[in-house]
Write a protein that binds this ligand. Structure first.
Ligand SMILES: *[C@@H]1O[C@H](CO)[C@@H](O)[C@H](O)[C@H]1NC(C)=O
Ligand SMILES: *[C@@H]1O[C@H](CO)[C@@H](O)[C@H](O)[C@H]1NC(C)=O
Length: 209
């Protein structure tokens, strides 16, 4: 159990990061929303795949984030795909958003909720599975593609709507991520059932001239 003061500090720090560049997914009516008072566009509900390190050829395609590490072993990982980003998009950022409690689907975090999101250059031709994605992940690590660490730890306890920025990624018309639980903070389980207000997010801006 994390000492209360430490947990609060982590949450406050993330809350500050989240408000540094406010986005307003509550206004999202569709897959794409224009943030109020900002020229940023927010994409929500990426296509999700669940992949299984112990069932390497198998994948599921449920619309939620679900990640598990038990006995210091990764059991369930995800691939997320955001599509339809304009070729001239700038300042692409990965984040995630949670609605106020009454408007949430199932958002559950047990233990460690620190995620590790590795941007990938491409998607496997043969379809996604742990086996087909592994060489593309290795290639992305070697080439130094952006690796971010959104932290969901403790956030289901917060009843207000919150938007979180994880950081910058390389803009592309389709942006792919491989997501697993970061082993540095031990075992954990994260479930975020997605809809337009509870989702991984990809924000970008377009040049004004
Ligand atoms: C858990 O696994 C990670 C990565 O494989 C390793 O670096 C770490 O030492 C392990 N931790 C424990 C407590 O075994
Ligand atoms: C949410 O998901 C967790 C993990 O799968 C499950 O144990 C729990 O019963 C679910 N809660 C609701 C309200 O569906």
């Amino acid at each position: 159990m994390m000492p209360f003061a430490k947990k609060t500090a982590v949450i406050m720090c993330l809350a500050l990061m989240g408000t540094a560049k406010p986005i307003h997914p509550a206004g999202a009516l569709s897959q794409r929303a224009q943030a109020e008072g900002s020229d940023a566009t927010i994409l929500v509900e990426p296509t999700m795949y669940q992949i299984y390190p112990f069932n390497k050829e198998y994948a599921t395609n449920l619309p939620h984030v679900e990640i598990q590490r038990t006995g210091n072993t990764s059991l369930l990982e995800n691939v997320a795909v955001f599509e339809g980003i304009p070729a001239n998009a700038r300042t692409c950022q990965l984040g995630w958003t949670q609605a106020e409690r009454d408007e949430r689907k199932n958002f559950t975090v047990h233990g460690n909720g620190l995620l590790s999101t590795q941007q990938l250059s491409r998607f496997p031709d043969e379809g996604v599975s742990w086996a087909s994605i592994a060489p593309i992940v290795d290639e992305a690590v070697e080439e130094g593609w952006p690796l971010l660490h959104p932290d969901t730890t403790g956030w289901p306890a917060i009843s207000t709507a919150e938007s979180h920025i994880a950081g910058f990624v390389d803009c592309a018309e389709t942006i792919y991520f491989k997501i697993h639980l970061d082993p540095r903070n031990g075992d954990g389980y994260v479930l975020l059932e997605q809809d337009p207000k509870n989702s991984l997010t990809l924000t970008f801006t377009l040049p004004t001239d």
